[in-house]
Design a binder for this molecule. Structure first.
Ligand code: KG4
Ligand code: ZN
Length: 354
């Protein structure tokens, strides 16, 4: 990894743009740095959370329009923070999917237009590859082969990573993603949007053992997930309860424990099945403290390494897109100027980087 970074194929920093959902993220990554953890020159993020909170969830059309307003000012700010001019850039990367199609198109169009005007190569990045590679921005990064647990608002996947760009899906969700389960469960107990972090915060006040929910699909072999039944269990427990603040916290704690233990069981199974000795955990739910603690402890106990991105790079950000794009541009990959985004996109269709 480090060695291939030193043999840089592109000779200048890469601008990364993320607009797949409700965060506008921009970053500049310099692929010439020998150590990828040193390559991030600047990053900025604008979260639309306050705007969507009034509606209890992301309103796609509002998201697209807000990306239009925020993206170019953020590009200017990121360049300024890095002490660079647009002409100093060597390439442009943008999230091309999966995500909300209107939101994706804003980032893709702006990034493509910039690349065209500056005569730079540009590349569309898979959002989940961005998440998967985010731990490479930290010191002592993971080296493939490893297993990746990708847990976001839209996905819960276990991936075998043989090399950067060589991904095999080991397990997927049959219904709700882990983040979606957090968000929907939070909503049914009247917690404010975004539900995941609010529910996790409330769970800290919960008492252990007051409620207990199932660990779905852990009683049979396999690496797939199913979280929608858990949500129903919470709904029934909540309706039958006194609905006090303490009860809400107790339920939140039991729900979080059920999700975290289920994810941890499947991670251990995936490591055993592949023989990998390292686990990468990324995506918004990777910011969950109980999940981080539980997996770190399992790693110490059972002898595998666990790599997380820093908290701010678990949720959507431009840094992971700049990094993923820089790796591919450096390997000589880029695309024609056609603007194409993919609201649905199989991670296993990607080309290997090397
Ligand atoms: O990766 P991300 O920012 O966006 C997607 O690609 O979907 O993930 C957002 C998801 C949301 O469902 C949010 O509730 C969840 O991650 N999330 C959390 C926490 N922080 C964010 N879930 C549990 N605990 C957290 N601390
Ligand atoms: Zn994401």
């Amino acid at each position: 990894m480090t060695e291939s970074f030193a043999k840089a194929g592109i000779s200048a920093p890469v601008l990364g743009v993320e607009t797949s959902c409700d965060e506008t993220g921009v970053a500049i990554f310099d692929p010439r740095c020998a150590d990828p953890a040193q390559g991030l020159l600047a990053h900025t993020l604008y979260s639309q959370i306050r705007m969507h909170a009034d509606y209890g969830g992301v309103v796609p059309e509002l998201a697209s329009r807000d990306h239009v307003r925020k993206l170019l000012p953020l590009v200017r700010e990121t360049l300024a923070r890095a002490g660079l001019q647009a002409r100093d850039l060597g390439g442009v990367a943008y999230t091309a999917g999966p995500g909300l199609v209107g939101a994706l198109l804003v980032g893709a169009t702006a990034a493509r237009a910039l690349a065209w005007a500056l005569e730079l190569p540009a590349i569309g990045v898979h959002h989940m590859e961005g998440h998967l590679l985010a731990p490479l921005l930290e010191a002592d990064p993971p080296q493939p082969p490893f297993v990746a647990l990708l847990v976001s608002g839209g996905h819960s996947m276990l991936i075998e990573v043989a090399a950067i760009g060589r991904y095999r899906l080991l397990g997927d969700t049959l219904d709700d993603a882990a983040g979606e389960a957090f968000d929907k469960t939070a909503k049914l107990m009247d917690l404010p949007y975004p539900g995941g972090p609010a529910l996790a915060k409330l769970a800290e006040q919960g008492r252990p053992g007051v409620f207990r929910f199932a660990r779905p699909m852990t009683d049979r072999p396999g690496l797939d997930f199913s979280f929608s039944g858990l949500k129903t269990q919470v709904l029934l427990a909540w309706r039958a309860s006194d609905q006090s603040e303490q009860t809400k916290a107790d339920i939140a704690r039991a729900f979080e424990e059920a999700i975290v233990e289920t994810l941890a069981i499947k991670c251990r199974r995936a490591l055993a099945a592949t023989g990998a000795r390292a686990l990468v955990v990324a995506g918004g739910v990777g910011a969950n403290r109980r999940l981080r603690a539980e997996l770190a402890e399992a790693g110490t106990r059972e002898g595998f390494r666990v790599h997380f991105p820093r908290l701010e790079f678990c949720t959507d950000n431009g840094a992971m897109i700049a990094l993923a794009g820089a790796l591919r541009l450096k390997a000589g990959q880029h695309e024609t100027p056609a603007i194409a985004v993919r609201p649905r996109w199989d991670l296993q269709e990607l080309a290997p980087v090397a």
